[in-house]
Every structure is written in structure tokens, then in C-alpha cells.
Write a protein that binds this ligand. Structure first.
Ligand code: SAH
Length: 483
């Protein structure tokens, strides 16, 4: 970020405007709208500008700019066609640490004017960091269309209750949730519909109900397999509400970034063999934070109820009477399959799909192998990288053809996705040669062979993997080194 957006309180403050032409008029209009007391200096001052200054209690001096004009001003804007004057103003301001803007000359500015959507008291400023004012204006016009004028009224309305709510609800997080309920719910709708008296009654009712009743809660949120766009709307909204976010290794930084800036982030992830925080401690931590009245988001990769131990985490909360919600997420199987162009079921090739854990217990895989022999069923193994060779071997030993197509999707749906295609007979060897990084997902079954066909129709997106360079529908062998 090159510029920090700030909103300047200029009411009754002295602001120097150097320049008296049309550009200066535009700036004067803006500055006086914010209540600034203008001093305008220029050899020639436009009649419209003089008028405006007169009406708004401003002053002017028809003369060349002098460094002494900068004394006691809060801010200065140079809008003259004379480069030397503009430069002098910028230098003087720099020496005096006075914020300065030179119109159309970003290198001389210590601040820039954003494009503005004014729904006072709600004000939105947009900048392209001096790259393209046209793009900033385009964004502005889109936002103009998106935000009804009544939003300003809503901000005004809620502002009237600020002190009462602050006095009534001491805890900050709870106060924020109160406001979210007000703004997102019936009160907001009433104000937008112009029914402020009814809205006022309702706010007062809410306030009575919520007074000093700390109510922590936990959101168990499925973050999907990696691509932030696979987050659900609900997940994104609740993430914005959370005071604390607990996350693990499968949650990508882009998704974590969607939490509020001031939310505390706690890493509780586990690596394959070592545990950052034992599950029991995570459960306790969730409980403890919620009991402090905090709104806690527990972000889990994929879906919380698919190999996510989500059940254990809420069991404790439920038994202790803490409110919680579970938000489903796109599980790795769906995400990886879609992005690799592999349909998990198919009318002809696979009438069912089974999600299996490949996690080793005491170096062993204790699975009902005899159930996995059906060639018309797709098998998806989670946590199966370490046990890949064992899985392939056991499947063949229990009736699957050694030529059954198999795919290993590495870091699926992320920018680093890579797909290795082979068969039960070849994949372990290919993977051993390919230096693969977790997380990976193993998909086994005839559907893997459809991958190329789907690419032909342009149905699938595999950011790192298209176009396939090896393997055909009938003989899906060889892995491709993506990107
Ligand atoms: N709850 C998660 C699964 C957690 S178990 C879900 O629903 O997806 C962790 C395993 O998920 C990993 O070992 C890996 O097999 C799989 N996994 C999760 N994200 C993945 C990704 N982006 N790419 C490939 N596999 C992934």
C-alpha cells in the first residue's frame, strides 16, 4: 500500500490554496464542503472562487505566493499552472511538515485527493495511488451505483445511539455484534425504507436485551481446499465478525487475510507427526475464548466434518452450553477433482465415490480393503501421501486392476497445484521421483481417465496442469511436470 487512507477533519481549520483558476475552484469546492477556512493566494482570482470564499468566510490575497503564506495553516493545496511556484510550495510545506497536495503532480504531494463517494456522514475515498485516476473514477461510479443514498442516513441514525450503546454494553466485541445485528437486520431495513421512528423503538428493545450479557460463540468454518474464492459467503461474513481466529496449516494466507485486521490469529496447526497443539488443548482453548465473551472463528481446511475432527471440537462446546455454528466448506475431494478435471462420479464409469483416510496408525493402514474392489466406485484418499505405495498395493491385492487410473493432486486449487497421472501400478514410482509436497489427494478409478476429455471441452481448470502433456484417456500413464 503506497498511501494510507485517512480522513482529515478540516472544519474551521485554515487551509492555504495557491492558485486562482478553474482547477483551484474545484479544489476550493471540495475543501469548503469539508468546512475548511480557505486562504487563497494568486495574482488573478476567478470571480466564482472569490464568491465562494466570501460565502464561506474565506480570505484571499491577489498576489504571488510567498513562503510566509504558509504560516499557521493546517494543509496546503497548490493548483497553479506555474511549475516553479508549485515546487516552491511543496518545498516550503515539506520544511514545515505541512501536508501538501500539488494538483496533477504526485511526486510533489505528501497526500492525494481520492475519488469520493459522498453519502455523508458515510464517505468513501478511492485512490489508484496516482497510477490511473480514470480507473479510480470508474470504481467510484460502480460504487455510486451500488450504495443507495439512504446508507448515509443509516450511518447518521446509528451515530445517534453510539453513546447509549457504549454505556450499555461494555465489552467491545459484544458491542460490535450488537451493531452488526442492528445494521444487517430489521433496523437497517427500516431506516433504509425511511421508517426511522419504528427503527428507533427496535434499537432500544435490542439494547435492553443485550445489556451486559456477554455471549461468546464459536464458528467452526470450513475454509475450502485453498483457493479463497471457494470460501462460502457465510464463511466470509462470519470471518469478518470474529475477534479471534484459530487456524491450521491447510488454511492459506489469502483466506486468513479475510479476517478483520484487528482480530487475533492463533496457529493451532498440526504437522504430520508433530502436533502444534494437541486436540484436547484446542478444544479447551475454544471454550476458554468463548467464555471470555469473544466471537471465535475456528478455520479448518476443506470441510470441518470431513476428516477434520470438527465433531470433537463442538462436542465440548455443546456439553458446556457455548453457542456455536458449523459452516460447511468445499472438501479437498471436490476442489481437487474439479480443478484437475476429474469428475468424481460418472453415469458410465463410477456410480459412487468413497472418501477414505490414508492416515497410518503405527505405520499400518487398517482399512476394510475387501470393500474397495468395485471398479465402478471412485476412491479418494485423504492423508495418503506417506502410505501411497501401501494403498496402491493393497487395492491391487484386493481386486483392483493394476492399470486402474490414479491421480495425485498436489496442493489442489492453489496456484501451486500439480497433478500427477498414472495407474495403481505406476503412480508410487512417479511420485517418488517427483518430490511432492503436502497436502496431496489421491483419486483412484476410471474417472481419472476422463481428465483429458474434459480438457477438450474446456470444462476444467487446473492452474498448473494444462494442457496435459502425457497420458491419454485409455492409457493415463506418465506424469506431467506442470508449469
Ligand atoms: N477437512 C479437510 C480434510 C482434512 S485432512 C477437507 O475436507 O478437505 C487433510 C488432508 O486433506 C490432506 O492430507 C490432504 O489429503 C487433503 N487436502 C486438504 N487440502 C488439500 C489440497 N488443497 N490439495 C490436496 N489435498 C488436500
Amino acid at each position: 500500500m503506497e498511501y494510507l487512507p485517512l480522513f482529515f477533519q478540516l472544519r474551521d481549520r485554515p487551509v492555504l490554496l495557491v492558485g486562482g483558476g478553474k482547477v483551484a475552484v474545484r479544489k476550493a469546492r471540495l475543501l469548503t464542503r469539508a468546512g475548511a477556512r480557505l486562504l487563497c493566494v494568486a495574482p488573478d482570482i476567478d470571480a466564482e472562487l472569490r464568491d465562494m470564499l466570501e460565502r464561506t468566510g474565506g480570505e484571499w490575497r491577489e498576489a504571488r505566493y510567498a513562503s510566509s503564506d504558509l504560516e499557521r495553516v493546517t494543509l496546503v493545496v497548490a493548483a497553479t499552472p506555474d511549475d516553479a511556484v508549485n515546487r516552491l510550495v511543496a518545498e516550503d510545506a515539506g520544511r514545515g511538515n505541512i501536508p501538501v497536495n500539488v494538483v496533477d503532480c504526485p511526486e510533489l504531494c505528501s497526500f492525494v485527493f481520492p475519488s469520493i463517494v459522498d453519502r455523508s456522514p458515510l464517505v468513501i475515498g478511492i485512490t489508484s495511488s496516482a497510477r490511473s485516476p480514470v480507473v479510480a473514477r470508474l470504481v467510484r461510479s460502480k460504487i455510486e451505483a451500488l450504495i443507495p443514498a439512504a446508507y448515509g442516513r443509516l450511518a447518521e441514525f446509528t451515530g445517534r445511539f453510539r453513546d447509549a450503546v457504549k454505556a450499555g454494553i461494555a465489552e467491545e466485541g459484544q458491542r460490535r455484534r450488537f451493531w452488526e445485528k442492528v445494521v444487517h437486520g430489521a433496523v437497517g431495513q427500516l431506516v433504509l425504507a425511511g421508517k426511522e421512528p419504528e427503527a428507533e423503538v427496535l434499537v432500544k428493545e435490542y439494547l435492553e436485551q443485550d445489556k451486559d450479557e456477554p455471549r461468546g460463540q464459536v464458528y467452526l468454518i470450513g475454509a475450502g481446499p485453498g483457493d479463497p474464492e471457494l470460501l462460502t459467503f457465510k464463511a466470509a461474513r462470519l470471518l469478518q465478525e470474529a475477534d479471534v481466529v484459530l487456524y491450521d496449516r491447510l488454511v492459506t494466507p489469502e483466506i486468513l487475510d479475510m479476517a478483520r485486521r484487528d482480530a487475533e490469529r492463533i496457529y493451532v496447526g498440526k504437522r504430520r507427526e508433530q502436533h502444534a497443539l494437541p486436540q484436547g488443548e484446542i478444544n479447551e482453548l475454544l471454550l476458554d475464548l468463548a467464555r471470555q465473551g469473544l466471537c471465535v472463528a475456528r478455520l479448518k481446511g476443506g470441510d470441518p466434518f470431513i476428516f477434520g475432527r470438527g465433531g470433537e471440537e463442538i462436542e465440548k462446546l455443546a456439553s458446556e452450553g457455548v453457542a456455536f455454528q458449523v459452516v460447511p466448506g468445499v472438501t479437498a475431494a471436490s476442489g481437487c477433482a474439479a480443478y484437475a478435471g476429474i469428475p468424481l462420479t460418472h453415469r458410465e464409469h463410477a456410480q459412487s465415490v468413497r472418501f477414505v483416510t490414508g492416515n497410518l496408525k503405527n505405520n499400518r493402514l487398517d482399512l476394510p480393503w475387501q470393500e474397495f474392489g468395485n471398479p465402478q466406485e471412485t476412491l479418494v484418499f485423504y492423508m495418503g501421501l506417506k502410505s501411497l505405495a501401501q494403498i496402491c498395493e493393497q487395492l491391487v491385492a484386493h481386486g483392483r486392476e493394476v492399470s486402474t487410473p490414479a491421480a495425485l493432486v498436489e496442493q489442489g486449487t492453489t496456484r501451486h497445484q500439480r497433478t500427477l497421472i498414472g495407474s495403481l501400478g505406476t503412480l508410487p514410482e512417479q511420485v517418488a521421483r517427483a518430490s511432492v509436497h503436502a497436502p496431496t489427494l489421491l483419486i483412484v478409478g476410471a474417472v481419472v481417465g476422463l481428465r483429458n476429455r474434459l480438457e477438450w471441452f474446456g470444462e476444467a481448470r487446473d492452474p498448473g496442469g494444462w494442457p496435459p502433456t502425457a497420458g491419454t484417456e485409455d492409457h493415463p500413464v506418465g506424469w506431467q511436470a506442470d508449469s
